[in-house]
Design a protein around this ligand. Sequence first.
Ligand SMILES: Cc1ncc(C[n+]2csc(CCOP(=O)(O)OP(=O)(O)O)c2C)c(N)n1
Ligand code: SF4
Ligand SMILES: [Mg+2]
Length: 298
Amino acid sequence: MFKLDPSQDPMLCSGHAACPGCIEALSARHILATMGPDTMAVIPPSCMAIIAGPQPMSSLRIPVYQPTLESSAAAASGLRRALDAQGKRDTQVLVLAGDGGTYDIGFQCLSSAAERNEDFLYICLDNEGYMNTGAQKSSSTPHFARTGSTPAGKTSRKKNLPEIMAAHGVPYVATASASHLADLVRKVEKAKGIRGTRFITVLIPCLDGWGLPDDAGLTAARYAVECGAFPLYEIEDGTRYTLNVADKPRPVADYLALQRRYRGMNDADTATLQAEIDGAWTKLVERAAASRREIATV
Ligand SMILES: Cc1ncc(C[n+]2csc(CCOP(=O)(O)OP(=O)(O)O)c2C)c(N)n1
Ligand code: SF4
Ligand SMILES: [Mg+2]
């Protein structure tokens, strides 16, 4: 049974500046409550930086360092080393960055930190676009989605960043969604107990950028998991795959119909997207099965 109740001891206070109804706030509340007060946050320019607010009026009850958009992982590496030099080994370093700051602009620095296996938890709040600047496309934006800079629909697929992070051989990579809150909290708790570079990407439906009603964020997040557009899985030590929701009963058309960013998509494009999702899903299922066979033979 899921028990965490961040309202009892909030680390993200009320009065923050998230758009009303946005589940980025819900996700951040649970992430922060799970991390606990002995945590230092690194938050680059993004919706989360706006939600956290400027110092000294931050809505977060932990120290926050706001680096440039491209340097979160370097800032987190430096912070970790400074804490270690002070003997504060137990203080967690937590990055809360957007997808633009992770998949694109901060990627060089994230990749080199992962190659060094720097000791921090990096959480990407993935709303699939540059949202606080008015919804431009990032490399996390899915195929066919319309954004301010892809008005006719994006012509390439969403970058598979969990795979790329796993290829660095880091100890823990996962995807998560507030629609599956117990799973999200479990993953943060698990990552907290591991040393080295840990990476979790959390899906955040952007009400404005995706064209959703204010109360539809959680439904969109759930449909994304249920149709396999955003599968929930973990990759440990770069090789061991676990699929956390082992079925995808919903056609992608249900998910697309919720959102204005897919308006006007024709049947052929919907079929292409469904085929891409099915193909990626088959690969994941095979990798998870291979991991189970490997564990069984050890
Ligand atoms: C190098 C650089 N380019 C552009 C900007 C302007 N900028 C600030 S936040 C932002 C969008 C970031 O998008 P993302 O990381 O996905 O966060 P979101 O707003 O979607 O939460 C941009 C382009 C910047 N601060 N630095
Ligand atoms: S712009 Fe989108 S992701 Fe950002 S706070 Fe508003 S609804 Fe949430
Ligand atoms: Mg974004």
